[in-house]
Design a binder for this molecule. Structure first.
Ligand code: NAD
Length: 352
C-alpha cells in the first residue's frame, strides 16, 4: 500500500446549464457590494452582461485580460481595482481572465468569483503564472484560489472549435501529469482518469457540433476535475516546457500544451507505467502518448510547434531554459532528451 497526503481545496462550485443565473445569490453569499468585472477585449459583451446582472453591485468592467499575465497588465488592473474600491473580482472568460483576477487577489486579497468559458482549469487552482522580463514565473498562494466558481456550459456554446479543441487538450495535460505527480494520491488519480475519459469522449463532438450542449457540459465536467488535479498536486516536465514556450517565446498556451503533451508523455513512459496504463485506458487506446496524439489530430488541433510561431533556432534556448530549474519529474531531466523531444514537437511527429 502506498502512503499519501491529500489536501482538498475549499472552492464552492455551482455547475449546470443556466448556472450563471445564480451569480447574484453567490455574490450576496460573499457579502460583496463592489464587484469589478474582468474579461478580455473579445469577451467584453460577456463582461457587460455580468455587470448588468449585478446592477449596482458592479463598479466597472475591465476588459484588458491577456495571455500569460504580463506584469504591466497585472499592475494596471491592480491600480484600477484600488481606485474603484472594489471588494471582489468577477472573472468571466478563460485562463487569461481568471489569471488577471488572481493578479489582483495576490496583492489585495480580494475574493474571486470565476466564471470559466474555456477548459483551462485555472479557476480551481491557487496558482498563477506572471510574466516579467520574458520569463514566466509561477506563484502559489491560497489568496489566488477563487472562492466561488460558476460553471455554466451554455457560456461555452460560443467557444469556436479552433479554441475549444486545444483548450480541452490543455485540461487533459493537467490530468496526465497528475497521474505521475510526486504527490499523486488515490483521490486525484481517480479524478484525473475520469477527466481524461470525459474529455476524450466529448472533445470530438465538441468540435464537430458546436451547439451540442451535452458534449460541452461533459467536457466542462472533465475540465473541472482536471483543474482540481492541477491545483492539488505538482506538475512536471510537460508544464515546465509549456511555461517556457509560453512565457519566453509567447506561444499560445492551449495549442502549445496540445503539441507538447504526447511527446512529454512519451518521454516519461518507462518511468511511470501505471500512469501510462490509466491514460491509455481512459482514451481507449493501446498507448498513452500515441492515444493523445491521435486525439489531438482527430479534433483538428495543431500538431507541430513550427505551425504556431516557434522558430527552429529557438529550440536550443528553450531546452536550456526548461532544464535550468526543472520541476520534479518521474524520469530525470536530461538536456539531450529534452532537446530531442522539442525537435519532435517542432516537427509534429507522431510519438514512436
Ligand atoms: P484565454 O483565456 O486567453 O482565451 C482564449 C481566447 O478565447 C480569448 O480571446 C478569449 O476571450 C476567448 N474566449 C474564451 N472563452 C470564450 C467563449 N466561451 N466564447 C468565445 N470566445 C471565448 O485562453 P485559455 O487557454 O483559457 O487560458 C490561457 C491562460 O491561462 C494562460 O495565460 C495560462 O498560463 C493560464 N492558465 C493558468 C492556469 C493556472 O492554474 N494558473 C491554468 C490554466 C491556464
Amino acid at each position: 500500500m502506498r502512503a499519501f497526503t491529500y489536501t482538498a481545496l475549499p472552492t464552492r462550485v455551482v455547475f449546470g446549464a443556466g448556472a450563471l443565473d445564480k451569480l447574484g445569490e453567490e455574490i450576496e453569499r460573499l457579502g460583496a457590494r463592489r464587484a469589478l468585472v474582468l474579461s478580455t477585449r473579445e469577451q467584453r459583451s460577456a463582461g457587460e452582461d455580468v455587470a448588468r446582472r449585478l446592477g449596482s453591485r458592479a463598479v466597472g468592467v475591465y476588459d484588458k485580460a491577456v495571455m500569460h499575465t504580463p506584469i504591466e497588465s497585472a499592475e494596471d488592473a491592480r491600480r484600477l481595482a484600488a481606485e474603484l474600491k472594489a471588494d471582489c473580482c468577477v472573472a468571466i472568460g478563460g485562463g487569461s481572465t481568471t489569471g488577471l483576477g488572481k493578479a489582483i487577489a495576490l496583492t489585495s486579497s480580494l475574493p474571486i468569483v470565476a466564471i470559466p468559458t474555456t477548459f483551462a482549469g485555472s479557476e480551481m487552482t491557487p496558482i498563477q503564472g506572471i510574466t516579467a522580463d520574458g520569463i514566466k514565473k509561477t506563484v502559489r498562494d491560497m489568496r489566488l484560489l477563487p472562492k466561488t466558481v460558476i460553471y455554466d456550459p451554455t457560456l461555452l456554446l460560443t467557444l469556436p472549435a479552433r479554441i475549444a479543441g486545444p483548450s480541452g487538450m490543455n485540461a487533459i495535460a493537467h490530468s496526465v501529469e497528475a497521474l505521475y505527480a510526486q504527490e499523486a494520491n488515490p483521490v486525484t488519480s481517480l479524478m484525473a482518469e475520469e477527466s481524461i475519459r470525459a474529455l476524450g469522449r466529448s472533445l470530438p463532438q465538441v468540435v464537430r457540433a458546436p451547439d451540442d450542449l451535452e458534449a460541452r457540459g461533459e467536457a466542462l465536467y472533465g475540465a473541472w476535475l482536471a483543474g482540481i488535479c492541477l491545483g492539488t498536486v505538482g506538475m512536471a516536465l510537460h508544464h515546465k516546457l509549456c511555461h517556457t514556450l509560453g512565457g519566453s517565446f509567447n506561444l499560445p498556451h492551449a495549442e502549445t500544451h496540445t503539441i507538447v503533451l504526447p511527446h512529454a508523455t512519451r518521454y516519461n513512459r518507462d518511468a511511470a507505467p501505471e500512469a501510462m496504463q490509466r491514460i491509455a485506458r481512459a482514451l481507449g487506446s493501446s498507448d498513452a502518448a500515441t492515444g493523445l496524439y491521435d486525439l489531438a489530430r482527430s479534433i483538428g488541433a495543431p500538431l507541430a510547434l513550427k505551425d504556431i510561431g516557434m522558430s527552429a533556432d529557438g529550440l536550443d534556448r528553450a531546452a536550456e531554459i526548461a532544464t535550468m530549474n526543472p520541476y520534479w519529474n518521474p524520469r530525470p531531466i536530461e538536456r539531450s532528451g529534452i532537446r530531442a523531444l522539442l525537435q519532435d514537437a517542432w516537427e509534429g511527429r507522431r510519438p514512436a
